[in-house]
Design a protein around this ligand. Sequence first.
Ligand SMILES: NC(=O)C1=CN([C@@H]2O[C@H](COP(=O)(O)OP(=O)(O)OC[C@H]3O[C@@H](n4cnc5c(N)ncnc54)[C@H](OP(=O)(O)O)[C@@H]3O)[C@@H](O)[C@H]2O)C=CC1
Ligand SMILES: O=C(O)C(=O)[C@@H](O)[C@H](O)C(=O)CO
Length: 281
Amino acid sequence: MSNAQNSTVPGIVLNNSVTIPQLGFGVFQVPPAETQRAVEDAFEAGYRHIDTAAAYQNESGVGAAIRASGIAREELFITTKLRNGEQGRAAAAFNHSRRELGLDVIDLYLIHWPVPAQGLFVDAWKALEKIHADGGVRAIGVSNFLPEHLDTLLASADVVPAVNQFELHPTFQQADLAAKSRSHGIAVEAYSPLGQGADLQSETVTELAAKHGATPAQIVLAWHLGIGNIAIPKSVHPERIRQNFAAAWLQLAPEELAAVSALDAGARLGADPAVASFSQM
Ligand SMILES: NC(=O)C1=CN([C@@H]2O[C@H](COP(=O)(O)OP(=O)(O)OC[C@H]3O[C@@H](n4cnc5c(N)ncnc54)[C@H](OP(=O)(O)O)[C@@H]3O)[C@@H](O)[C@H]2O)C=CC1
Ligand SMILES: O=C(O)C(=O)[C@@H](O)[C@H](O)C(=O)CO
């Protein structure tokens, strides 16, 4: 595989013309004390898109890495998310995230979970629309929104979400949700894109890895990029961070993409957004 650290990752143009790098670096479960180092390693590997959340409690480490990097702000794409417990005070939560990150403008701000039992996500969306209109964020979107949550939101939204970030990996593809999101012009962003590591054992994946002289993770990430997903793998190991990033230059043939797509098993790893509340988040 070629190592193209100096090249630019392909971008996806969102429904408001903002471009998001298709491959980003996720920092869920990166301990706060390790976050600056991990994000610096990601920048060194070539990543320019970072996915964090207020609930991860590591936005300040992301901010420290941004400042230490010397990378021009306009080269970076930074996503963070509104905590579930703050859907009723999104403007204050957003300003707190801005301060933690040390950024005036965030690239993408997401409602982290719908938490339908709270009945607040439509109000929260109105607050995000205002933040967007005021120029605090370049794009707004949602995360963990199922079709019914999208329908409720779209019925009163003035701004169509730019992104829906949800669990998506070879053994859990949520094809109906991806199709519905795309049908409304909402880009599909895959979280847990490696199936938290579990999807890397599949024989289909390991055989393709041997064929391409690639790692299993590179095959899975190349599959995401090949079918048009945005993907945000996490790792705390510099070598894996570098290898995962290099997947941006691995192209799978149509029949290879189809072979990975055939692995769908409906095997959700995370929580079901229909019922998840995560009130601690
Ligand atoms: N919106 C939401 O509700 C959610 C969003 N997310 C986002 O998605 C990101 C990624 O999701 P996550 O759940 O972490 O799962 P991933 O699918 O990214 O898998 C991460 C796991 O795979 C391991 N791993 C990474 N690279 C390799 C490799 N090359 N070879 C072998 N193992 C590897 C990591 O271990 P190690 O670190 O030791 O390398 C870690 O255990 C999160 O960081 C977060 O930004 C995730 C969950 C929910
Ligand atoms: O990582 C995230 O963004 C999540 O929302 C979940 O992983 C969630 O926080 C969780 O798994 C809580 O146990």
